[in-house]
Design a protein around this ligand. Structure first.
Ligand code: ATP
Length: 228
């Protein structure tokens, strides 16, 4: 079943247009990689989906037209965002950050800290004192606490140390295999994305230029549009 359908999506920042026609669909239980070079519109697409910026075109999630939804309802409607830059509440503890996001469902504090044991060891620690990798895990835990139907990770492992990156990729794989979580993931590591994603969408200059099964993504296409 299609969970998210994005059709000819356009969006602007003031007079400056950033999206010129983004198209893709994401099925329930699918892991989709949103790829493209810097500045091609990946974060803008995520912001439009989460109703953080105005956009035009088709945006349907779980049968609902997202354009009819104010942004505070988008989260309640099942969009769990791990934003670029993490944005945890610095002065709150790990536990407080998690509880602040909680909505009823499968993902409780116990299940989140079981999935992310580093958080379990640091529940009383203030978010500001966590390492970058631990903050990213907190951002993932916080998004899970909202019990989303779709988890969106913008720059899943950007700027993190190799060991933590590996832990985050393992967490994403575990969410996919154990929970059947639907995931939209943005990251620059094609190799790791290739191991976890079912399908891929590539953006160039604010438009979808390629979409398909991850295994069909050829070296020529990734070299042309991603630069690897
Ligand atoms: P990156 O990988 O560097 O995060 P991206 O693919 O996520 O890049 P976006 O951040 O969506 O790209 O940017 C798409 C375009 O919109 C770029 O030209 C960028 O300069 C522009 N843009 C992004 N945010 C703003 C903003 N707040 N105001 C004006 N223009 C913006």
């Amino acid at each position: 079943m299609t969970l998210l359908r994005v059709e000819n999506l356009t969006a602007s920042y003031g007079a400056s247009q950033a999206l010129f026609g983004v198209d893709f669909t994401l099925a329930e239980g699918e892991v989709l990689a949103l790829m493209g070079r810097n500045g091609m519109g990946k974060t803008t697409t995520v912001k439009a989906i989460c109703r953080m910026i105005p956009s035009q075109g088709g945006l349907h999630f779980a049968g609902q037209n997202l354009h009819h939804l104010p942004s505070f309802r988008a989260a309640r409607f099942g969009l769990g965002l791990v934003p670029e830059g993490r944005r945890c509440f610095a002065s709150l503890t790990v536990a407080e950050n998690l509880i602040a996001a909680a909505r009823p469902g499968h993902w409780t504090m116990a299940r989140v800290t079981e999935l992310l044991p580093r958080l379990g060891e640091r529940t009383g620690q203030r978010a500001a004192s966590l390492s970058g990798g631990e903050q990213q895990m907190l951002a993932i835990g916080r998004a899970l606490m909202t019990n989303p139907r779709l988890l969106i990770l913008d720059e899943a492992t950007e700027g993190l140390a190799p060991l933590i990156r590996a832990e985050i990729w393992a967490t994403i794989a575990q969410l996919k295999h154990d929970s059947g979580m639907s995931i939209l993931v943005i990251d620059k590591s094609l190799r790791e994305l290739g191991q976890v994603a079912d399908s891929a969408v590539i953006l160039a200059r604010g438009k979808t230029v390629w979409s398909g099964a991850m295994e069909d993504l050829s070296a020529d296409v990734s070299e042309a549009y991603i630069g690897v």
